[in-house]
Design a protein around this ligand. Structure first.
Ligand code: C2E
Ligand code: CA
Ligand code: CA
Length: 565
């Protein structure tokens, strides 16, 4: 196609030029026609030059090169104004100018291409915000260093540094402060290492420090301590003082891993172990951390398939009046039927919350409860209540809350109690708070779960309008123990409940001493292995068996923790 086009153009030019008047006359002298053509050419080049100069006024290198080129072309045209002067000195000068122009253009292109390439490499090698090495560059260095130490029998250490609660800084103080903090941390980290070591930004609020020689445990520990201390120092940002801490994971090559990517993974896993212990500390990678991570990965995988297959059922743990005689309600607890064994919620719910799978689990729980709830309510009085746990993530999920509001669970809403854990997360999540209000307005009651396990603020509790306060097992344990002041916490919790005008459930009552102390303090309801553990609802007979248990008070089958889980 191109060739055909080229051939046609050539033919037209050949035919066309034959029709045009000659440039030189019979004596080889220029004609008026040739002068006209020369003048037109020079005028055209002048216009092009003006346009080029106008475009190159911002001083770009390629623009300057093009201006030079246009001058050369103009020079060539001017030198060649006399067409009769072919093969004269002027004609040769003109040709030379053309050659220089073409060479200049090529040089300009090559120069610019190499500049762009250099800029790209620099961009890839360094993090634009902090100036630290980029993840790619750090990985590259790790590859090289690991290969080196494997030949020299040496070791390198990778320290994965993750700032604790950085999201909060970004959200509460703004991205500008967040960026300033990251820049400052990067600078501080690089001041703590030697010339041959490397500091890079692995992404977000994560940094990596590669120690390339002398990775004796004492030196690595000392550096990790120094890094933690330097991060801990307050960061001044205009009139603010920002406090941050970090969690550090340490892994060694070739001891823990022989490939750069694996070394990074080991350091990351060790960092998670440090985070799990509330951060502001470092952890070294160990085999058990590795096994735990593999187990977690497997759990996630199995949980995904269990959610797809719906391999869950509901267990119900009775809540009794304090005398242990009358069953006042039940708490719904999810169970995962894994290979025929009912796995307690405590073993997978925290994980499902972390991975976001809690929404699918919540949907399964609510749908199943909608089917089983009538059986409970039909066999008990109007004051019987059924408690269901909802995490902040579930509450924040619009479609899930919508489904709950549209379901049969709203038929006798005052008998349904939503158990929530009062937390910072709940306050920060306006969606969850708004949805909780919708549930309350639909007539459902609110229970504060695990009260006393974390920190609670009275005003915030009041805003949730709870009707039940479930006192955490840890407070019950303290009260039941002989330790001095053990009862004080439980007493404080009951007085909070009294001021909020709500009833108290003492959770996790296991011993006679615990049962006695909670009764003495006037707690209205009790729940725990002492009375009965969680059980599946086996239809009406199951309900009858619960009634039997409640009448018996201490049923031997139920009083044993292992049996009642
Ligand atoms: P929770 O709401 O505090 O529930 C009480 C947990 O303590 C249950 O564990 C229960 O079996 C256990 N327990 C009851 N009595 C005793 C006792 O006397 N001693 C001891 N040591 N433990 C006792 P489970 O079923 O493993 O549930 C753990 C947590 O998982 C629950 O704590 C709740 O926060 C969460 N959970 C359970 N089911 C669901 C659910 O359907 N959705 C959501 N979002 N969370 C759930
Ligand atoms: Ca609960
Ligand atoms: Ca609880």
């Amino acid at each position: 196609m191109t060739l055909a086009g080229f051939a046609v153009t050539l033919l037209l030019v050949t035919l066309g030029t034959g029709l045009l008047p000659d440039v030189l006359n019979a004596n080889g002298m220029s004609t008026t026609y040739s002068h006209l053509l020369d003048a037109l050419l020079v005028a055209l080049i002048l216009i092009c030059l003006a346009i080029t100069v106008f475009c190159a006024r911002n001083g770009s290198l390629i623009g300057i090169w093009l201006v030079v080129l246009m001058f050369l072309v103009l020079g060539e045209a001017v030198v060649n104004l006399d067409a009769s002067g072919r093969f004269t000195v002027g004609w040769y000068v003109g040709r030379l100018m053309w050659l220089i122009a073409v060479a200049a253009l090529l040089m300009a292109l090559i120069w610019n291409l190499s500049r762009v390439e250099r800029a790209n490499t620099e961009l890839a090698a360094f993090d634009s915000l902090t100036g630290a090495e980029s993840r790619i560059s750090l990985l590259d260095t790790m590859h090289r260093e690991i290969a080196r130490v494997r030949q020299t029998d040496g070791e390198v250490a990778m320290l994965w540094i993750d700032l604790d609660g950085f999201k909060g800084i970004n959200d509460q103080l703004g991205h500008q402060v967040g960026d300033h903090v990251l820049r400052e941390i990067a600078q501080r980290l690089s001041h703590q290492v030697r010339e041959g070591d490397h500091v890079g930004r692995l992404g977000g609020d994560e940094f990596g420090v590669l120690l390339c020689d002398d990775v004796q445990p004492t030196r690595v520990d000392a550096i990790a301590d120094r890094l933690l201390a330097t991060v801990r120092e307050p960061i001044r940002c205009e009139d603010l003082l920002v406090h941050v801490t970090a969690a550090i994971g340490i892994a060694l090559a070739p001891k823990d891993a022989t490939r750069a990517e694996d070394l990074l993974l080991c350091a990351d896993l060790a960092m998670y172990a440090a985070k799990a212990r509330r951060g502001d500390r470092y952890e070294r990678f160990t085999a058990s951390i590795g096994t735990e991570a593999v187990a977690k990965a497997r759990l996630r995988h199995e949980l995904t398939s269990a959610l797809r297959q719906g391999e869950f059922c509901l267990y119900y743990q009775p809540i009794y009046e304090a005398d242990g005689q009358r069953m006042a309600g039940v708490e719904v607890l999810a169970r995962w039927l894994r290979d025929g064994v009912a796995v307690p919620a405590g073993e997978f719910v925290p994980f499902a919350e972390e991975s976001g799978q809690i929404i699918s689990l919540g949907r399964i729980v609510l749908r199943q409860l909608a089917r089983e709830l009538p059986r409970w309510l039909d066999h008990h009085g109007l004051d019987f209540f059924v408690c269901v746990n909802l995490s902040v993530r579930e509450l924040a999920d619009g479609p899930l809350v919508e489904e709950l509001l549209d379901s049969d669970l709203t038929q006798r809403p005052s008998q349904l109690v939503i158990e929530i854990t009062e937390s910072l997360e709940l306050q920060e999540n306006s969606e969850a708070a708004a949805n909780l209000t919708r549930l309350r307005e639909a007539g459902m009651r609110i229970a504060i779960d695990d009260f006393g396990a974390g920190f609670s603020n009275f005003t915030r509790l009041e805003r949730l309008h709870p009707s039940l306060l479930k006192i955490d097992r840890s407070l019950v344990r303290r009260a039941g123990s002989e330790t001095e002041g053990g009862v004080a916490f439980l007493t404080a919790a009951t007085s909070v409940a009294a001021s909020l005008n709500c009833d108290v459930v003492a959770e996790g009552v296991e011993t006679l001493a615990e049962a006695q102390v909670v009764t003495l303090l006037g707690v209205r309801y009790v729940q725990g292995y002492r009375y009965c553990g969680a059980r599946p609802d086996r239809g009406v007979p199951g309900v009858v068996s619960f009634v039997f248990v409640s009448l018996q008070g201490l049923n031997p089958e139920c009083s044993h923790p292992a049996a009642s889980r």
